[in-house]
Ligand binder design. Structure first.
Ligand code: APR
Length: 240
């Protein structure tokens, strides 16, 4: 069956995505040739994005974070838009994403499980007060709350735990899906990459530019750009 035929007959689609879903919005991914982790820094980006580094070198963390992790100019692309349409049409149960850019919600998706958090949520580590991403983008040095506390982005840094409610919601959705579409991810970071194992449905589809460890066990593998591939599929909203 073609991707279009599988999607047409699916009733409970879940989408599991990574940084490759946002590259067509202009946000580099991490491990491709032009990815963030390929860029030269005195301290490796994966070290700078870790909890120990955040606590020991907070000012350096925020200068890297502001420069590379706050693409507030980015807009949803055809992939984000199509997924929001499928949810609206009752075809898609949820989006499970490793991304922190908020583009799925910007496209209109409602049930989004952000396994690695979001740049749009920032909290004072002392009093818990909420701050938007813009506040962090406009701050200098270590962003501080009116109470004096350090404001920390609600993103999962290396060495930190994923939010249990988010994990439970994502696993329940994946376990209930009849079709799981995995896209734009190298499937190299755990525990996120292991969530795929909870899928019990009929069609496991992979849409990824490069090969992944999952290729051999999929119903269908499409090596292409996820925005183009999803953009070419029907939205199923015409009969709403
Ligand atoms: N369409 C389809 N696939 C794409 C596209 C695209 N337009 N652009 C890139 N890709 C693919 C690449 O081929 C690559 O396999 O997306 C994948 C992106 O892989 P990574 O850069 O490793 O990103 P991701 O899998 O999301 O990383 C997981 O690592 O550093 C952590 O927390 C970070 O959430 C991130 C996690």
């Amino acid at each position: 069956m073609t991707l279009k035929e599988i999607v047409e007959k699916s009733r409970r689609i879940v989408f599991f995505g990574g940084a490759g879903v946002s590259t067509e919005s202009g946000i580099p991914d991490f491990r491709s040739a032009d990815g963030l982790y390929r860029q030269k820094y005195s301290v490796p980006p994966e070290t700078m994005l870790s909890a120990p580094y955040f606590h020991a070198h907070t000012e350096e963390f925020f200068s890297f974070y502001r420069e590379k992790m706050l693409p507030l100019w980015a807009k949803p692309n055809a992939a984000h838009i199509k997924l929001a349409e499928w949810e609206h049409a009752g075809k898609l149960l949820a989006v499970v994403t490793q991304n922190i850019d908020g583009l799925h919600q910007a496209a209109g998706s409602k049930r989004v499980f952000e396994l690695h958090g979001s740049i749009h949520r920032n909290y004072c580590t002392s009093c818990g007060k909420f701050y938007p991403a813009q506040f962090i983008a406009e701050s200098t040095g270590v962003p501080r709350c009116g109470c004096g506390g350090v404001i920390k982005p609600d993103v999962v840094l290396y060495g930190e735990q994923l939010d249990p409610d988010t994990v439970n919601g994502a696993l329940a959705a994946i376990a209930a899906a009849d079709t799981l579409i995995v896209a734009g991810t190298s499937l190299t970071v755990y525990p996120a990459a292991g969530f795929i194992d909870y899928f019990r449905g009929e069609n496991l589809i992979l849409i990824n530019r490069d090969e992944t460890p999952l290729d051999a066990s999929c119903t269908l593998v499409v090596h292409g750009k996820v925005g183009e591939v999803l953009g070419a599929l029907p939205s199923f909203t015409e009969n709403l």
